[in-house]
Design a protein around this ligand. Structure first.
Ligand code: SF4
Ligand code: SF4
Length: 489
């Protein structure tokens, strides 16, 4: 009896100490994240855990656990906790569709997307009075009035940083400085590099395994946070050019042809402390910094592979032949979320993407099932918080161009960007997958990616700890947007 009592006491002691450790680490994490509400909850939990642990030691010292009732209570407590841990940690059924990548979303015939139809291309590139403007709206008269109204309201991006006016100037200065970088790399000689003459047209002989290791290694070395490889599904190649940045109007409406078989897709992590200020100007600084970083990585990677003798193209903010989110899903970087962004296991949607397409034979990665679809059915936080109601809140998805998914209304989202003068990012900020991966969040995401009960539990706890509608937080002081009162977001 005393041996049993001893064993049960040790196990219960380990469990209670573990609780105290986890709640304490959550409290520290919440302070670091500057999440006051979460810190208060975590501190309360910490106090409760400490009290329970103290009471446990009091009972232990009084000899209570040597009595039959004490042993019974210990056994029941341990069994209940073990069942609870099992319930939220064993791997529940796989989402077979997610494991097929974008093929799992297809439920009809897909037409390649025409870049000219993109809300950005229509409103940013087309100029009233131009030949292309006339041609486009003759073919799409239903869009002319909507786009005309937008222009009358102040243009496609509105006054930059309007939400933080009159203190927006420094942050918009930072935003524009990063935005200039992808534009510098928007010339075909740069995004479609030629092999350097010192290589004399030679091709390096590499097995696909060696090539994949080198290419992925270099991508990470250049600063990518995540990298994957996929064979390109032609559905995700734009059909016609619509975005014009260098007065290259001869390219507008040209069919996009891509002879590459493989895509190296990468993600760069956006800083949590900048995104947390969404929709204020620090968040657009962060978006542009990462678009610049993505362009910087993509052009060097394309040049690297081309110099090894295999034609490659860099795809970044100022030149896309391919749609990056579907390619990233096929390359195993994550799943598609309700908000229409890629959700990664490591950083949630808090990333920007870039890619290089190439003829170099590579080993493709497999798509992943990390439980995003299941979590998004329960969560809906982005839909609740979206100020323009652009994210659907229905449980069921809809068929959009032959693919079954939640459809973001890019038109109303874009109008909200125009109204506030930033790229908003509220949905990215509030998403429970966006929390920085401190120790407790790593544990939570580890459970969420494998177990459906954990998804229910942590979606509920996210609302409890962070609120159903989390507020914008202060950015680092250097990116303050309220010079009169830098303590107010
Ligand atoms: S960026 Fe803002 S407006 Fe657009 S979908 Fe997200 S929350 Fe809504
Ligand atoms: S906020 Fe919730 S519903 Fe929206 S993408 Fe993130 S997990 Fe999915």
């Amino acid at each position: 009896m005393s041996i049993l009592s001893g064993i049960l006491t040790i196990i219960a002691g380990i469990i209670l100490s573990g609780f105290l450790f986890i709640t304490l680490s959550f409290f520290i994490s919440s302070l670091w994240e500057r999440e006051r509400r979460a810190a208060i909850f975590a501190f309360s939990q910490c106090l409760i855990s400490a009290c329970v642990l103290s009471f446990f030691y009091y009972l232990l010292s009084s000899g209570f656990f040597k009595e039959l009732l004490g042993i019974f209570i210990l056994a029941v407590f341990i069994i209940a906790i073990l069942i609870g841990i099992l319930l939220i940690s064993i791997k529940t059924s796989k989402n077979q569709k997610a494991l097929l990548g974008t093929k799992g979303y297809i439920s009809g015939s897909v037409e390649r997307f025409d870049e000219r139809d993109h809300v950005f291309a229509r409103n940013r590139a087309l100029r009233p009075g131009s030949k292309q403007y006339k041609q486009y709206y003759e073919e799409h008269p239903e869009r002319e009035l909507i786009d005309k109204k937008r222009r009358e309201m102040g243009g496609p991006i509105g006054p930059p940083g309007k939400i933080d006016s009159p203190n927006e100037h420094p942050n918009i200065a930072a935003t524009m400085s990063s935005l200039a970088v992808p534009l510098i790399f928007s010339h075909p000689d740069i995004f479609n590099p030629k092999q350097h003459p010192i290589f004399g047209g030679k091709k390096v002989k590499l097995t696909p395994e060696e090539a994949t290791e080198r290419v992925k290694g270099f991508t990470k070395h250049l600063g990518a946070s995540l990298v994957g490889v996929t064979e390109i599904d032609p559905n995700w190649i734009y059909s016609h050019r619509g975005e014009i940045f260098r007065e290259n109007w001869e390219d507008w409406g040209k069919e996009i042809k891509l002879a590459h078989r493989y895509a190296v897709v990468f993600a760069v992590e956006m800083a949590f402390k900048m995104v947390a200020s969404a929709p204020h100007t620090p968040t657009v600084i962060e978006s542009m910094r990462n678009y610049a970083k993505g362009a910087f990585i993509a052009i060097q990677l394309a040049a690297y592979i081309t110099n090894m003798g295999y034609p490659s193209t860099a795809h970044h903010l100022r030149h896309y032949d391919v749609m990056l989110v579907p390619l990233a899903i096929d390359a195993g970087l994550g799943e598609l979320g309700r908000m229409g962004y890629l959700i990664t296991k490591e950083f949630g949607p808090r990333v920007r993407l870039g890619a290089v397409t190439t003829t170099l034979p590579l080993i493709p990665d497999k798509p992943v099932d990390i439980g995003v679809e299941d979590f998004c059915k329960i969560c809906k936080k982005c839909a609740v918080c979206c100020p323009s109601k652009s994210i659907p809140s229905e449980e069921q998805k809809e068929v959009v161009n032959g693919t079954l998914r939640w459809k973001l209304n890019a038109e109303t989202c874009f109008d909200y960007w125009g109204k506030i003068g930033t790229d908003c990012n509220i949905c990215m900020n509030v998403c429970p997958w966006s929390h920085p991966r401190t120790f407790p969040h790593k544990i939570i995401m580890g459970l969420v990616t494998r177990n459906s009960h954990a998804r229910h539990l942590f979606s509920f706890l996210d609302d409890l700890f962070y609120g159903k509608k989390p507020k914008a937080k202060l950015p680092p002081r250097w990116a303050s947007f309220n010079s009169n009162n830098p303590k107010q977001p």
